[in-house]
Design a protein around this ligand. Structure first.
Ligand code: DOR
Ligand code: ZN
Length: 361
């Protein structure tokens, strides 16, 4: 679809309370598996044409063969009454032992779009992650040659480092050395949360981009402590202070194609989050594009939403832009207090509150 909206959006369009966007892509998503996946997948399919699917299952998605079976389960889980086309963009989970041959196989398959680097033990199901990225040098070299993107969870797994500084330190200790050693490697710095990450991305060449979540655009770290401890606002990288929040909004609405949409929607059961050691992750897929619309509208930049949500991610990954469209209307709706999550329950982002944009089917 031509970007008539991006070019020609006027206050008249807003008066009509309708926003038509090229169908967007979610460039960072956790779909889980089995019954849990069946519960959350329709929310994504309703809004997005494609999604980069994270490989942090338990056990992780280590090979193309495993990813292929996972993608078949995803396609089979799309409800029959949702006839829209949806394409899962699969990823593999990088370990100290990932083999060069696996990268070559992944590239040749056409279904693997990135290799995910989790520093070991940094977040949910990252125990099998990388203990030292130096161990992956040969694999990174192959990825650079094969044009296979590296998707990075950018935090150091150093317990001595303050949790709010782990992203900033990661840039200096890990990311900059990788970019120097492998200058042609395509890198996506996932779910950035700091002004240092924004500056880093702005200063690097075009082969390095970043995703930004809706929740990091809507909240600062105060949300986690509003009147008590709020486990449903806990994610990793953790929310940061207001100066960082502002830097993220500026990056998202800047029109710089190196910044694009990735929800990092990460469902966990209510019990797993409301516990004495609650899981990291915020579920936003039930209202993902609507939440981004709120951010862009509040920033007076609705005309920048379409490129951020529907063009820049596809362009960065070298994928064709989507042809279909979605329609949002300015109409308030109430988010349920909980959603079904297999045999368990899930507390969605903004539970019990209202959202001002609504998607039409
Ligand atoms: O908050 C998060 N949840 N951050 C991650 O990196 C992983 C994710 C998950 O899988 O739950
Ligand atoms: Zn994630």
């Amino acid at each position: 679809m031509q970007s008539w909206l991006a070019v020609e959006i006027t206050s008249a369009d807003i008066i009509l309370n309708t926003l038509i966007l090229t169908r967007p892509d979610d460039l960072h998503l956790h779909l889980r598996d089995d019954e849990q996946m069946k519960a959350v997948l329709p929310d994504t399919v309703r809004r997005f044409a494609r999604a980069i699917v994270m490989p942090n299952l338990n056990p992780p998605v280590l090979t193309t063969e495993i990813a292929l079976k996972y993608s078949q389960r995803i396609l089979a889980a799309i409800p029959a009454n949702m006839r829209m086309h949806f394409e899962p963009l699969m990823t593999l989970y990088l370990t100290d032992n990932t083999e060069i041959a696996e990268i070559i196989k992944a590239k040749a398959s056409g279904i693997i779009h990135g290799i995910k680097f989790y520093p070991a033990r940094i977040t949910t199901f990252s125990d099998a992650g990388v203990t030292d990225i130096a161990k992956c040098s040969a694999v990174l070299e192959t990825m650079e040659q094969e044009n296979m993107p590296l998707l990075v969870h950018g935090e150091v797994n150093d317990l001595e480092v303050d949790v709010f500084d782990r992203e900033k330190i990661f840039i200096d200790r890990v990311l900059i050395p990788i970019t120097h050693r492998f200058p042609g490697l395509k890198i996506i710095f996932e779910h950035i949360t700091t002004k240092e990450a924004v500056e880093f991305i702005k200063d690097t060449p075009g082969n390095i981009g970043a995703t930004i979540t809706a929740h990091h655009l809507l909240l600062n770290r105060n949300a986690m402590f509003q009147g008590g401890i709020r486990p449903h606002f806990y994610c990793l990288p953790v929310l940061k202070r207001e100066t960082h929040h502002i830097a993220l909004i500026e990056a998202a609405i800047s029109g710089n194609p190196k910044f694009f949409l990735g929800t990092d929607s990460a469902p966990h059961s209510r019990d797993a989050k409301e516990s004495n050691c609650g899981c990291a992750g915020i579920y936003t897929s039930h209202a993902a594009i609507e939440l981004y619309a709120e951010v862009f509208e509040q920033a007076g930049a609705l005309e920048k939403l379409e490129a951020f949500a529907s063009y820049f991610g596809a362009d960065f990954y070298g994928l064709p832009r989507n042809k279909g469209s979605i329609t949002l209307i300015k109409e308030s709706w109430d988010v349920p207090m909980e959603l079904k999550f297999g045999r368990e329950a899930l507390v969605p982002f903004c539970a019990g509150r209202s959202i001002t944009w609504k998607i039409l089917d």
